[in-house]
Design a binder for this molecule. Sequence first.
Ligand SMILES: [Zn+2]
Length: 555
Amino acid sequence: MSTLKIAGGRIIDPRNRADDVVGDVWIQDGRIVAPPTDADARADRTIDARGCIVMPGGVDVHSHVAGSKVNAARIMRPEERRGEDRVMRRWRDFRSGTIGSVPSSFTTGYLYAGLGYTTAVDAAIPPLGARQAHAEFADVPLIDKAMLVLMGNNHLILDAVRERDPERVRRTVAWLLDSAKGFGVKAVNPGGVEQWKLGGSRIAQWDDCVDHFEVTPRDVVVALADAVDTLGLPHPLHFHGLNLGLPGNWEQTLEGMQALDGRRVHMAHIQFHSYGGTPDRPADFGSEVGPLAGYVNAHEGITVDVGQVMFGETTSMTADGPTGHYLANLLGRKWYNHDVEQEDGCGVSPIVYEDRNFIHALQWAIGLEWFLRVDDPWKVAMSTDHPNGASFRAYPDVVALLMSKNLRDEVMARLPEKVRSRTSLGDLSREYTLREIAVVTRAGPARILGLDRKGHLGPGADGDVTIYMPDDDRRRMFAFPRWVVKGGEIIVEVGELRSAPGGVTLFTELDVSPESRRELSARLAEGASFHPANFGLRFDDLASPTPVARVGARP
Ligand SMILES: [Zn+2]
């Protein structure tokens, strides 16, 4: 039994209603426990946190850190990974690696932990890519990992939706999730990726028909959201909508929210789905956050992460193949496309967001508008859709912008004049408090994910804690935590990594009946180029498999 006491810090723990309350946090054997009643009780180790801000470890609800498209991006960007400041050399027991917009596996863990993040969810893994993604998770130390499994263009799902058989959709979702040892369900441009792979006409509206399957995006997304809810998965359907990144897409975004009304849904990187204007007239581009945030404010069961754009060079990567194609043509940069048999695809291309570029400047403003126009911070999670809007390493910069209207105005002043009339950002005087920052970076994402042991400091929570030195320079404060504790172990001290324990893989445990497995394997075999016996993972394919929920899928 080992104990750690974090003594005398200013605790900000929104889930347990602690807002700057001076007190102690006790961790025993990796979990937070109530402080001992004996006032003289001593811990094995004590951190003197007097004067410091104590928060739960950060939780990233939407990121891309493993799997085939992440590796395609790593291979594609050698130019980004040269130079002393782009390389982490081997030191003490730590591994070497490269940085850039898509850091290598070990470096990803080191960098997240260095920012005080202790959990990250990869938002887009196809079932067939799960084996490799889990192998990579095993090489990403320090943070706990989970994956969302792509299902919106999966042939077995599309077949079940065409048959109007909710029971079969539910069984297929359970079987796919179990086979991938995933945590939750993701739908990306449902039906639209499949259509693009086959060379059909673009899916742009909710009632456009997907050739060969005779289903619409509306059919698919409603069926998946219903299946996720019927199964009782911890996290709602994680949804990437139609027309990502296209001017005028806000109308389909609103229609999607309405189509799912009454169901739980998490809308991913909502910034990229909130644009006014028309695709053929870029000059009309503008923000339509107003009506969308208004809808989120007025409805329960709907949450968003932002996908904040920050200026600089990064790599776009999406399971939305048609969007990857569109972007590559638009930017004229090198690009990579990948189809996943019967399941999905992806597109990858480098991108530079420039503050003198009207569209990029508006994207930056639209993301911030989302943070500032959703009234309840529990409904909006911090994300840059790493690395799409920016690297997760930009989170401290985003925090600083949310906490200072002056800082936002300073940036606005150097953007193209026209931007000011196309966004309400300049009129928004709201400044986030430290409590609100704690909500959008840890407590909220943990609640959105349904991770009961994350994002808070109450008894039973994982012993993941970040301790910051208060600093008026909020960027510096959040970029260099004084201590980071993972599972009760001090992993960062005085801003330096001390150790690198592995972290666990969080997944949802499902009861899938043998009949169900046989039936779905037989269906897979009908069209697959591989033997179904090679599909599906076992626990020993995962690094420290840790179920976070057990869900009954039944027959
Ligand atoms: Zn994403």
